[in-house]
Design a protein around this ligand. Sequence first.
Ligand SMILES: Cc1ncc(COP(=O)(O)O)c(C=O)c1O
Length: 437
Amino acid sequence: MTPADGQTINSDISKFIGGLKPLPAFVHFSPPKIGPGEVAAVTEALTSGWLTTGPRAERFEKVMAEHLGTDGVVALSSCTAALQLGLKVMGLGAGEAVITTPLTFVSTAHAAVYNGARPFLCDVSADTGNLDPERVLEFLERECEVDSRGLPVHRKTNLTVRALVPVHYGGHPVDLGKLWPIAARFGLGILEDAAHALGTGLNGLPVGHPGHRPMEASGLASLAAFSFYATKNVATGEGGLLTASDPAMLARARKLSAYGITDARRIWERYSPRGTWAYDVDEIGFKANFTDIQAALGLVQMSRLGEFLDQRAQNARIWSEAFAGLGDLVELPEVRDGAVHSWHLYPLRLRPGALRISRDEFIMALKALNIGTSVMFIPIHYHTCYRGWLGYGEGDLPVAEDFFAREVSLPISPAHPPEVIAEAAELAARLLRQNAR
Ligand SMILES: Cc1ncc(COP(=O)(O)O)c(C=O)c1O
């Protein structure tokens, strides 16, 4: 069976599909929305005489800083790089640890490991899938002891916890109002994984805005890492961005993103008539800079962010309306008071007790009906590289595990016209209805 034609339906799946007819064309999970403006801007960048980090990347950073209401940002090659460098400039290292969520992409956990540190996992809230502040507090109070510097040290491993790394899962803001007082009490910095959170807001401020950190935590590091990966709310193919409360941290992240060259801001000017060949490297850095080709694409995408977010919200509404009559067959994503959802994901959860189709069979049936989906996320502690090492087993993080077991992310990209999403949603609702117990 090829997903695109949906003609040859696996017999096991056909019993769930019954008489339903596939959509005429495959609805991809999360295609980017690229128009003539993007094509023209990239073409212009390609013929400008300069391809890598340069004036367009600088302009992109200005636009992003304005959008987020912050003084400075550094654009990077990926969110993974932003997370890695964010933790590095916070000073994280060997003998130390961070607390993060199991319901995330592996990058969030990898970032700690790249710095020689370890991720501890705390469970998520059942409504949002976001790191649950109650579980974080419980971990710090029950499993750690505060040392002479006021930092929590994990009793069993003797690792010092230095930071919280929450994720704004799917674009729903994590409860920073509850996490910051915990961070302040234990002297922890916060690095937000904002990969899904371009367009996400909380209490009237965008995620990434410095105003989320309360006065009581003013001495603590506050950073956020965004993604412009191909499926994200603004897509540059690959790309990321770091914000930081401390300008010195941001300057160091910039330097480290370009090998450690001390005057990294305007490396590109070295080749101009004003430039010089000389440079110095005072610290061994990485190669994680953002190119002008990416920036050209990103600038046009950012000018359309409002349009994209409206369409994502509209597509999410279409799914919710189609499922509204299904009662307890499914659990729909909800938005808490004070939260602005960026609708990066539409995470539907099935109620297996009410259905005779499993989550995996539902995904296969949707594929046969030409509807692309994904599952967000396979919990961190299920991956082979973390399974033995972190010491968590199945059942240790029950809310995240249950979330994963029942979750299907449905297509809401603004590249899909609402009529297409409406057809897909109607078909998916019929599929569920005819497979109710
Ligand atoms: C929650 C989360 N964090 C980090 C990343 C990594 O982003 P990037 O691909 O830009 O490195 C992703 C990517 O999908 C993600 O979903």
